[in-house]
Design a protein around this ligand. Structure first.
Ligand SMILES: [Zn+2]
Length: 237
């Protein structure tokens, strides 16, 4: 299944549409120092956390590791920066806190996609985004890749559980100031579908804005169950 997001206004409203099977299946908080890397111990390995860590938060909170990949062009210009990534993380976690779910960026990588024979931008198909997922996938973290501009209506594309390869692919234009879209895409990652038509306060609405930040009890239950059952190898703490 495929998710596409349409931003229909430069202001506060984004439209999100599911295609294809139209079944859409496709569903956090942090604390502590944003700049200082935190060392984690996970099964004998350690990883530095970029930004806030959720591993030491309350025991019933689900903490999920992220790999945050950012494209740069052939001249070395990145489509976004570390400050924007940290801001997105905070925005994502403000939304997901109500479900007792939090994310932490464990890997932040700036990559030149041309080294892998990948397009910088202009994503038009699932096969294109699947190539990105396959290239940068991580077997113990959710993947978020921010590419160059797509010059299309859609600007995000996430595969839900059961539809590998996995990963949320975002275009550079929404890399800063649109954390609700990142939170929405992670909702698809956690098996949440769209919930309503039109602008709504729910983050999984088909049209969302900066006030679309709510998740109800059933969504939280589904997201938490999906995290524990399907993504158990991505959880921390
Ligand atoms: Zn969506």
């Amino acid at each position: 299944m495929v998710k596409r997001i349409f931003r229909i206004s430069a202001a506060n409203v984004f439209k999100i549409i599911s295609f294809a099977l139209l079944l859409a299946s496709t569903a956090a908080l942090t604390a502590c120092d944003e700049t200082q890397a935190v060392r984690l111990n996970q099964g004998g390995t350690s990883a530095a956390v970029f930004g806030s860590s959720c591993q030491d938060n309350s025991s019933d909170e689900i903490c999920i590791g992220l790999k945050y990949v950012v494209y740069q062009d052939s001249e070395g210009n990145s489509v976004t920066d570390e400050a924007a990534a940290r801001e997105n993380l905070e925005g994502i976690n403000r939304v997901w806190k109500q479900c007792g779910i939090a994310f932490q960026i464990e890997k932040y990588e700036v990559v030149d996609p041309s080294h892998e024979g990948l397009s910088f931008g202009g994503m038009r198909s699932q096969s294109q985004t699947d190539r990105i997922r396959k290239q940068y996938e991580d077997d113990s973290r959710f993947l978020i890749v921010t590419t160059g501009a797509w010059h299309a209506q859609k600007n995000a594309w996430t595969t839900p559980p059961g539809d590998a390869p996995y990963g949320a692919v975002m275009e550079g234009g929404i890399s800063s100031g649109y954390s609700e879209i990142y939170a929405h895409e992670l909702g698809h990652y956690l098996n949440l579908d769209h919930v309503t038509q039109g602008v709504s306060s729910n983050v999984m609405s088909t049209v969302i804005g900066h006030r679309s930040t709510e998740l109800d009890h059933s969504q939280c239950r589904e997201a938490r169950a999906t995290a524990k059952l399907f993504w158990a190898h991505m959880l921390r703490g």
